[in-house]
Ligand binder design. Structure first.
Ligand code: C2E
Ligand code: MG
Ligand code: MG
Length: 584
């Protein structure tokens, strides 16, 4: 009896133990499910929630629910049970959830198991990456790729009557502004420009920043070219108002070109290219203006490309020579120096004067190399120079204003001049625009040149930006009065007055004056008789000639010291006899 009782209590104990184990196991599983970082819910066929773990409760703002087979029937609205498996992204307030739903068979029932993961931060990173790929950090504007795909989408949906415009804005002298006011001010300027250009955009329009200082505007739709012109004119006017940045009033302008769909192209690339060409035609004529593309511009642009190609090749293949033109003392008739003037030859051997290519070489960044090559050629010809023009004559080299204000180039060039062992023979000719405002040339470059004994001349004086009063800030050794004042000087009282003013000012400042472009005896006679100008240069004395020309024509003796003298004497006689004839 006792043993039977014992047996029963042992059975009971075993049963209780098993039940306790099962319960413990269930609690463990529940705790795990509850605390899983992935949201988990189970719903019955009607959408009633049977299980909601902590993560899911957090995601959906409901209460956690341990697994139960009884339903309260109040949460059918939670989410309808989906019949099949599904993955979706859902926005819940400020969060983004990635959810999956799949049916599971349990005994004879079909329940729905849902999972949810909070992907808010991944999503934010993704959005940030695509924002960076398509939008410009500084201005917040779309980038090149976005406007391109947008225009392509517009083109794909364009009907027969559709008309839109691409407008290309290139900020004038932006590099100059950046250098002068600093990069922070440059950035602020770009932001203001972006704001002004995008102030009145319509829903179909888009403004993009496509590179450093270039903006591309899609105007969609545009009714007519007249319509386009008036819109762009307004934008240009808006840009012209001064911008206050760091207490500076900065004035900006843009060169603007536009193309119209369908008149000027049927693809983004063509339209963009043609807007670009129109912009370039403006930039090379008058900065700050606006032009709509026309086919003449395309011809010009292709001629320019050809010229560009020729220039690159000519420099690469060293197809150039220096011509030399003497600078003459008009009292003693002595040659006091020579100016080296570069000439290029095209592939047919035809000579090209620098007027056709110097600006382009500057623009293409080829001028620095060319200037070094000119110096090399001068040094190769130094004995000939001494023989023909007189031992030790000074040698003038032209340097573009842009180079003069580039300390990096000028340092290298000064080093090359120093390496000639006769730097004191050289004179650098720069135009007035090299001295505008607080030029780097004046402050950073000039002192180094002075140390070497290299002198500086202001070329084409009177044609650039400087006013006479600006001369007082410039420390140069020589002023070359531009040919435009010298031509027919004997007949032009206004030029005579300008000449006198330049003369007395430069005398006071201790600069030598030289007259450029003297072509006739009358001009020379005026300078000799009515001015204190001592030096001159011009066809009257000699055209610029290369040593190749001289050797080929055997005119060697003609160009030396004696030449100016003999020619002077001859022309004087001619002129006298003319006068005599006229007098008769
Ligand atoms: P520039 O330095 O003012 O040179 C004077 C120009 O006037 C030269 O033209 C010369 O041939 C021309 N000339 C001289 N005397 C007379 C005259 O009596 N009558 C007329 N009508 N013209 C005269 P060129 O050789 O065509 O050079 C044009 C410009 O190209 C130069 O003006 C100079 O600014 C630039 N240049 C020439 N060589 C170089 C160079 O190596 N580097 C740079 N950066 N510029 C250069
Ligand atoms: Mg010159
Ligand atoms: Mg000149």
């Amino acid at each position: 009896m006792l043993s039977a009782l014992n047996q029963q209590s042992a059975d009971n104990r075993r049963h209780d133990d098993a039940a306790a184990d099962a319960l413990a196991e269930r609690h463990l599983l529940e705790a795990i499910v509850r605390q899983l970082p992935v949201g988990l819910t189970v719903q019955d066929e009607r959408g009633n929630l049977l299980l909601v773990n902590d993560a899911a409760a957090g995601h959906f703002g409901t209460r956690t629910k341990a697994l139960t087979t009884t339903t309260t029937g109040d949460d059918a609205s939670f989410a309808p049970a989906l019949p099949a498996a599904a993955v979706s992204e859902e926005e819940r307030g400020d969060r983004v959830l990635l959810t999956t739903r799949s049916p599971i068979r349990v005994a004879d029932r079909t329940l729905v198991l849902s999972t949810s993961i909070d992907v808010t931060s991944q999503k934010a990173t993704e959005d940030e990456l695509s924002r960076r790929a398509y939008f410009d950090e500084l201005t917040g504007l779309p980038k090149r790729n976005l406007i391109e795909s947008h225009v392509n989408a517009v083109l794909a949906g364009a009907g027969a009557q559709d008309c839109f415009a691409l407008v290309f804005f290139d900020i004038d002298n932006f590099k100059h502004i950046n250098d002068y006011y600093g990069h922070a001010a440059g950035d602020a300027l770009l932001q203001k420009i972006a704001k002004r250009l995008s102030a009145d955009l319509r829903p179909g329009d888009m403004l993009a920043r496509i590179s450093g200082d270039e903006f591309l505007l899609l105007l969609h739709p545009v009714r007519s070219e007249v319509d386009l012109i008036s819109t762009v004119d307004q934008l240009i006017q808006r840009l012209k108002a001064p911008m206050l940045i760091d207490d500076f009033e900065i004035f900006a302008s843009a060169s603007v070109g536009a193309s119209l769909y369908p008149d000027h192209g049927a693809t983004y690339d063509v339209l963009r290219h043609h807007a670009d060409i129109a912009m370039y035609s403006v930039k090379s004529a008058t900065k700050g203006g606006f032009a709509v593309f026309d086919s003449g511009m395309a011809r010009e642009a292709s001629a320019r490309t050809e010229l560009e190609q020729n220039l690159r090749l000519a420099i690469l293949e060293k197809r150039f020579h220096c011509a030399f033109q003497p600078k003459v003392d008009i009292r003693s008739q002595e040659v006091i120096g020579v100016e080296a003037l570069v000439r290029l030859y095209n592939e047919k051997g035809v000579m090209q004067a620098p007027g056709t290519f110097i600006d382009l070489a500057v623009e293409l960044g080829l001028i620095d190399e060319l200037t070094h090559l000119v110096l090399d050629e001068v040094m190769d010809s130094i004995d000939l120079i001494d023989d023909y023009f007189g031992a030790g004559v000074s040698i003038s080299l032209n340097v573009a204003a842009k180079q003069a204000n580039d300390p990096l180039f000028m340092r290298a060039f000064a080093a090359a001049l120093a390496a000639t062992n006769c730097p004191e023979r050289f004179m650098i000719e720069v135009t007035e625009d090299a001295f505008v405002n607080k030029s780097q040339f004046q402050t950073d470059v000039l002192p180094g040149l002075r140390e070497l004994g290299v002198r500086v001349s202001i070329d084409d004086f009177g044609t650039g930006y400087s006013s006479l009063s600006a001369l007082t800030d410039i420390t140069a050794d020589e002023i070359k009065i531009d040919r435009s004042f010298v031509t027919d000087i004997h007949k032009r009282p206004r030029s005579q007055a300008v000449l006198r003013a330049i003369e007395s000012l430069s005398e006071a400042l201790g600069m030598t004056v030289i007259a450029e472009g003297v072509e006739s005896y009358e001009e020379l006679a005026y300078l000799q008789g009515a001015s204190r100008i001592r030096y001159a240069q011009g066809y009257y004395f000699s055209r610029p000639v290369t040593f190749e020309d001289m050797q080929a024509s055997g005119r060697t003796a003609d160009l030396g010291r004696g030449r100016a003298e003999s020619r002077l004497a001859r022309d004087h006689r001619v002129s006298q006899s003319r006068t005599t004839r006229r007098e008769r």
